[in-house]
Design a protein around this ligand. Structure first.
Ligand code: ATR
Length: 286
């Protein structure tokens, strides 16, 4: 295969060594026999603009964007191509997937929302969002994507519960109905009416403090989801499972958010197969 035929994409962040995206895209490149590459690239914040504006010259067809670049990447792509950012990217003012069109113009969107909801639905089978009462713990970038996903799915309320109330209030201001803000101390008041509880904080991740929640107030048919996937079964999910509640782990969000990017760069809509999940499960466990 010649170099000209090879399409190249990458994931950029600072730092970037932790990213598992190359495993996912590498699996799909092999599975679909695509002449392409997908690497990690460490890009410092002060290099981001030059990197994105020079992607075509550098032989790249696009990239994933991770911490701390998602918000600044949104600004850069919006300026370079005012119609270039998709609906969710503009709604969240943050993007994680960037691609070039045939004319070399930059485009971007946020696929975290799609990733979270696609996985949530896949893990639960038929799941209807209309009229649901959802509680989201956390008010960072990940929480913002989860709130937008449930709002779009027709939830009746999406209560954003956070240690720092002002950050929850900012999400509510930006995303509007059905989001509302609540301080962490009041969490137990909304638990008895919750259809879904999502941890979108970093608590419970290996190396972070545990999320110590009493789940006894949740209804018996509630669903508990975690965006943390190291460990795969967090203490929160273990407690929920022990209580007989349905659970959704965080690994699937990572897998599903990668689908639209691969399709844009390499022209094949890839499948999140059980084999891919097993590969990442082993990676997370190692
Ligand atoms: P990301 O953008 O990846 O979601 P983030 O912006 O750092 O990450 O958000 C982390 C979330 O975890 C925040 O909601 C944070 O609460 P604050 O807004 O009050 O900082 C929450 N979090 C982290 N450590 C916490 C702790 N020890 N107790 C309660 N919440 C915590």
């Amino acid at each position: 295969m010649s170099d000209e035929a090879e399409r190249k994409a990458c994931v950029i962040g600072w730092p970037i060594e932790h990213s598992r995206s190359p495993r996912i895209h590498g699996y799909w490149l092999r599975r679909y026999d695509v002449a392409g590459r997908y690497d990690r690239r460490a890009v410092r914040p002060e290099e981001l603009e030059n990197f994105l504006l020079g992607m075509g010259r550098g032989g790249l067809v696009g990239c994933n964007v991770t911490i701390p670049h998602k918000e600044r990447a949104w600004e850069i792509v919006s300026e370079a191509n005012p119609d270039g950012v998709g609906r969710m990217g503009n709604r969240l003012k943050a993007v994680n997937t960037i691609w070039l069109d045939e004319a070399g113009r930059l485009h971007a969107d946020n696929t975290d929302v799609y990733g979270f909801m696609a996985n949530f639905r896949e893990r639960l089978g038929a799941w209807e969002g209309t009229g649901r009462r959802v509680v989201v713990l956390g008010a960072g970038g990940a929480a913002r994507a989860v709130v937008a996903g449930f709002a779009d799915a027709g939830a009746e309320t999406v209560t954003v519960v956070n240690r720092t109330l002002e950050k929850a209030e900012r999400i509510v201001e930006e995303l509007g109905n059905p989001a509302r803000a609540l301080p962490l101390e009041h969490l137990s008041e909304v638990m008895p009416q919750a259809d879904v509880l999502v941890n979108a904080t970093s608590l419970g991740m290996t190396g972070q403090p545990a999320l110590d929640l009493d789940l006894s107030h949740l209804p018996d048919d509630a669903v508990v989801a975690d965006i943390v996937y190291v460990p795969l079964e967090t203490e929160l999910l273990k407690r929920a499972r022990t209580r007989g509640l349905r659970t959704v782990d965080g690994l699937g969000m990572l897998l599903h958010q990668a689908v639209p990017g691969f399709e844009k760069w390499f022209g094949v809509r890839p499948e999140v197969t059980p084999e891919l999940r097993q590969l990442l499960e082993a990676d997370v466990a190692s």
